[in-house]
Design a protein around this ligand. Sequence first.
Ligand code: ATP
Length: 305
Amino acid sequence: MNATQTIPVAITDFTKRYGAQEAVSNLTLDIERGSICGLLGPNGSGKTTTFKCLLGFARPTSGSMAIEGAPLTPATFEYLGYVPERSALYEWMTGAQHLEFNRRTFKSYDPKRAAELVDLFKVDLKKRVGKLSKGQHTALAIVLAFSTRPRILILDEPASGLDPMFQRAVLDLIIEAAANGATVVFSSHQIGQVERAADRVAILKNGKLIVDGTVDSLKGSEKIVEAIFDQMIPDLNGLAVDPRISRIVRSGRILRAYVNHDSEGVARRINELAPKNVSILDLSLEDIFINAVGDVAAASPNGDR
Ligand code: ATP
C-alpha cells in the first residue's frame, strides 16, 4: 500500500498514564488525507500528551499510533512537520543556523519556500532564538515546520503568541497545505481559528474524546432560538418539556433554546412569552465546545432552570 492509500494519522485505543493519573483514555481517531482536524479541549485535557506520543516524544501506555500506516521513525520527519507546544528550538542558535540545520538534516528542505516564509513572518534570522520575542519564536517554528512542504502537519497551538495578522497567516498556510493534499492536526484555544480552518473537530475532556465529527455536521445538528426579554424571563409555560428542545440556557434577560428540529415553530412558541426580540441562530463551534465541556447554566429541558 502506498502513502496515498493509508490513513495519514491513525490513533487507536491510545491511553497514556502518568503514575496514577490517566492523561488520555482509550482515544481512537483516524485523520483522513487532506483533512484539517482541530483538536480542542480545556487546559489539561490531554491534547499535548496526544501530540507528544504521536511524535514519539513520549510512549503510549497502551494502544497504538501510526503515521501512514507505520510507527514513527526518524525518517518520518522528512514528510511530517510539527510545532510543539513548548519550544524545541536551541536558544543559543540563530534563526539562520536553524534553517541551515534543517537544510542539512532533511532532503525535503526547500530553501526557496523557507525564504518566502521568513519574509512572510518577518523573522530576524540574525538573532539568537533566546533573544526573539514569543511571537517571533513561534514564527520561526512555523517556518521550519512548513519549509519541507510536509504532507502531514502536527501543530500544537501553532498560533500562540502571534499577533492577529500572523495568526491569520498561519491559518492560511494550514488551509493551503490541506488544499494541496496535506493532512493537518492542530490544537488551539482560539475556537474561531479552528472554526475557520478545520473541517473536522475532536474535543477532549479529562482525556476522553467527547465530540468527534465534521464541523458542518456538528453545526447542523441544532439551531438556537434566542429571545431577549425587557424584564425578567417569565415562566416558561411548559417549554421545558417540548420535545423539539434539547436544552434551555438562561443568562440574565437572555433565553436560549437549543432546538433539534422545527426552530421556526419553537420561535413562534417563545414569541408568545412576549420577548423584546426573538432570533434563530446557527450553532457556532463555540456553542458546541461550551455545551460539550462547559459547566454553564445549562439544563436539560426537564430541569428548566
Ligand atoms: P493545555 O491546553 O493546558 O496545554 P493539554 O490539553 O495539552 O493542556 P496535557 O498537557 O496533555 O493537556 O496534560 C494532560 C494531563 O496530563 C494534565 O493533567 C497534566 O497535568 C498531565 N501531565 C502532562 N504531562 C505530564 C508529565 N510529564 N508528568 C505528569 N503529568 C503530566
